[in-house]
Design a protein around this ligand. Structure first.
Ligand code: SAM
Length: 208
């Protein structure tokens, strides 16, 4: 297995990113207890910064889990909404309760079901965030291209897939991620990069 970031560097970064938001801390505790994969704090901060810079009206998340990543988006939203999707009702229920406690409920829409099917209902998406099953990434991006707004951002988690993108792994998740990365890097309509932060976070900027 290839290490993406030296664990010592990761520890260093985590120590810098001290957090005092009680809801973020609560969700991080739950994720750790249940061993639930969230984007974690450093990527959360990136989502916050990108949202502040982009000032989106509409963010659609494919695979919200219990709301950690969407919470970072919502915190930075001024005049827009984030659509949460997950096919597990208990995740969306938890997110709804937490957003209510945190006073963010008006900035979010909560949807249970197949993320891709739900996302197709939305047009002029300013930020599309992808964190569903990894083999679904290529289909997700191709299907939703017509639903993106001018100068939209696509952000996707796990695009280095625990380092499996390097080497001969042929499982469907790794192949899905590799196809997705190749598709966006090769698409001249986008300027695409991957930050080797945590498990690799892809950012693709739509040039028109
Ligand atoms: C990695 S977790 C999401 C974590 C979340 N983005 C965060 O950082 O807080 C992936 C979630 O997507 C959901 N999921 C996976 N594939 C899906 C699909 N096709 N449609 C809807 N939900 C999906 C799973 O139930 C799981 O909760």
């Amino acid at each position: 297995m290839v290490t993406i970031t030296d664990p010592r560097i990761n520890d260093y970064l985590m120590k810098l990113a001290v957090e005092d938001d009680q809801y973020i801390l609560e969700m991080e505790r739950i994720a750790q207890k249940k061993d639930f994969p969230i984007v974690e704090r450093l990527v959360g901060r990136l989502l916050f910064v990108l949202t502040e810079l982009k000032k989106p009206k509409l963010i659609v998340e494919l695979g919200s889990g219990f709301g950690y990543s969407s919470y970072w988006f919502a915190k930075a939203l001024h005049n827009g909404k984030v659509v949460l999707t997950d096919y597990r009702e208990e995740n969306i229920d938890y997110a709804k309760k937490l957003f209510k406690k945190a006073g963010l409920i008006r900035k979010a829409e909560f949807r249970v079901g197949e993320a891709l099917e739900i996302a197709k209902e939305y047009n002029n998406i300013d930020i599309l965030f992808i964190d569903i099953e990894k083999y679904q990434y290529p289909e997700a991006v191709k299907t939703l291209l017509p639903n993106l707004n001018k100068n939209a951002l696509i952000i996707a988690d796990n695009t280095l897939w625990y380092g499996k993108v390097v080497g001969k792994n042929r499982d469907k998740e790794t192949l899905g991620i590799k196809k997705f990365n190749q598709y966006l890097f090769g698409n001249q309509d986008f300027m695409t990069t991957i930050l080797p932060l945590r498990d690799g976070i892809l950012i693709a900027y739509k040039l028109f």
